[in-house]
Design a binder for this molecule. Structure first.
Ligand code: UGA
Length: 437
């Protein structure tokens, strides 16, 4: 099928390439000319495992093209909207500028029977408003809301083989036709019996934010337990293991640490709260403010531990910060707890040297005041304190005996509970985990 993908960021670039992998002809469109130029040469503008391979092969076949001109979407039968919905400046609400611009830009090029597929995360009520715009344009196209559940770091695999599909469709025959068409796009996932939920627009929009709100709550729940563990001498990792054996609870997303970040969870819970308040149901999700607060407290907690460990050396001591991205296998530093901790320590006067396998460039662009290094050895050299804040395999597998020979003071704060505490202590380190004695 001929498809267009409007917005070629973390979501759109992966989606466009993956759709070619599934056998379709795709044009990817974005207003950022540099990004489009890179993508057209088969070079991903960000790091995502497996993307480079599928992008290179897709562009080489000629079945994946890129353009900055939305007119090039004309002729495609299905148009995916994958633009960003960042947090609005000065408010917790989502900024819908890009979604609105994508739809209004696309309207003149829609033909009878075309399908517009919304994938961006939007406040509930957006899809029905956009559907009205499409209907009023008289194009004869229809809208489906098809939220995306991909995880950065696993985005290619999650797009090609999703764990579920959700279609929010218009009522009646138009909705039925949309289901048929979208099933054709996702034929391989449908053939693999991927669970499919066909519903209305509002439910589809809410499924997305409810899923992220639940995940954020799960992480903040275990971090709240870590706070209690910290004053009682209990071990939150053992607690997580023990409650996780209950299948109703489950062990995944129960890792206490410096908390969640990224371009999705933090802004999605805030936008959900803002939308619920607009709807007069603020109290229903008021707990998400607490989830956000617990999460932000974890960053302060790591900074407090570092301050206490450095003592007098806070103003001239060297702190080696291991990790900058919001999670491993990603170069994304949006709302990253790791980068936040590095910036806060620098602000307190520490001589911070931060390292990350993929994110140094992105972090440097946002915070040029920090010192960065790509080399672990150089980062650790003569450090008064080591702080691990992103659990990259490169950091988790550091030999504590070797690391002890490099630093000035063998003191480490494990902000992700990712290290073998006993091994680090045996190598002479003063080890502090999150919610662990
Ligand atoms: C999240 C959701 O997991 C995806 O399903 C969703 O599609 C995506 O947002 C989105 O809305 O686009 P992602 O932002 O890639 O995916 O990252 P996650 O894997 O959810 O991790 C989020 C943060 O939580 C990371 O900072 C991670 O370090 C932290 N985390 C995760 C914990 O602190 N503890 C855990 O146990 C798990």
């Amino acid at each position: 099928m001929k498809l267009s993908v409007i917005g070629c960021g973390y979501l759109g670039a992966v989606h466009a390439s993956a759709m070619v992998e599934l056998g379709h002809d795709v044009v990817g469109i974005d207003v950022d000319a540099d990004k489009i130029a890179q993508l057209a040469q088969g070079r991903p503008p960000f790091f995502e495992p497996g993307l480079s391979e599928i992008l290179t092969s897709a562009t080489a076949t000629g079945r994946l093209r890129f353009s900055t001109d939305i007119a090039d979407a004309a002729g495609a039968q299905v148009h995916f909207i994958g633009v960003g919905t960042p947090q609005m400046a000065g408010s917790h609400a989502a900024d819908l500028t890009y979604v609105n611009a994508a739809i209004t830009g696309l309207l003149p090029y829609l033909a009878e029977g075309d399908l517009v597929v919304g994938k961006s995360t939007v406040p509930v009520g957006t899809a029905s408003r956009l559907a009205d715009l499409i209907t009023d344009s008289g194009s004869g196209a229809s809208l489906v809301w098809n939220p995306e559940f991909l995880r950065e770091g696993f985005a290619v695999q999650d797009t090609i083989s999703p764990d579920r599909l959700v279609y929010g469709v218009a009522p009646g025959e138009a909705g039925e036709r949309s289901v048929e068409l979208l099933n054709e796009v996702y034929a391989s996932a449908i053939a693999a019996d991927t669970p499919l939920v066909v519903t209305d627009y509002a439910t589809a929009e809410l499924v997305k934010v409810a899923a992220n709100a639940f995940l954020a709550t799960k992480i903040s729940f275990i971090n709240a337990m870590a706070e209690i563990a910290e004053v009682t001498g209990a071990d939150v990792t053992q607690l997580a293991d023990a409650i996780g054996f209950d299948a109703r609870i489950g062990r995944r997303f129960l890792n206490a640490g410096v908390g969640f970040g990224g371009g999705c969870l933090p802004k999605d819970i805030r936008a959900f709260t803002a939308r619920a308040e607009e709807l007069g149901r603020g109290e229903s999700v008021a707990f998400l403010k607490e989830v956000d607060q617990i999460n932000l407290r974890r960053r302060s907690h790591v900074v407090d531990l570092a301050t206490a460990a450095l003592g007098e050396r806070l103003h001239d001591g060297k702190v080696a910060v291991l990790g900058l991205s919001f999670k491993p296998h990603s170069d994304d530093v949006r709302d990253s707890p790791a980068l936040d901790v590095a910036v806060q320590l620098h602000g307190l006067g520490a001589d911070v040297v931060a390292s990350d396998p993929k994110s140094v460039e992105n972090a440097q662009a946002k915070h040029p005041q920090l010192r960065y290094s790509d080399v672990i050895e150089e980062t650790l050299q003569d450090a008064d304190l080591v702080v691990l804040v992103t659990e990259w395999p490169e950091f988790v597998t550091i030999d504590p005996v070797w690391a002890a020979t490099l630093v000035k003071t063998p003191t480490i704060i494990d902000g992700r509970n990712a290290l073998d505490a006993a091994a680090w202590r045996a190598a002479g380190w003063t080890y502090t985990g999150m919610g662990r004695p």
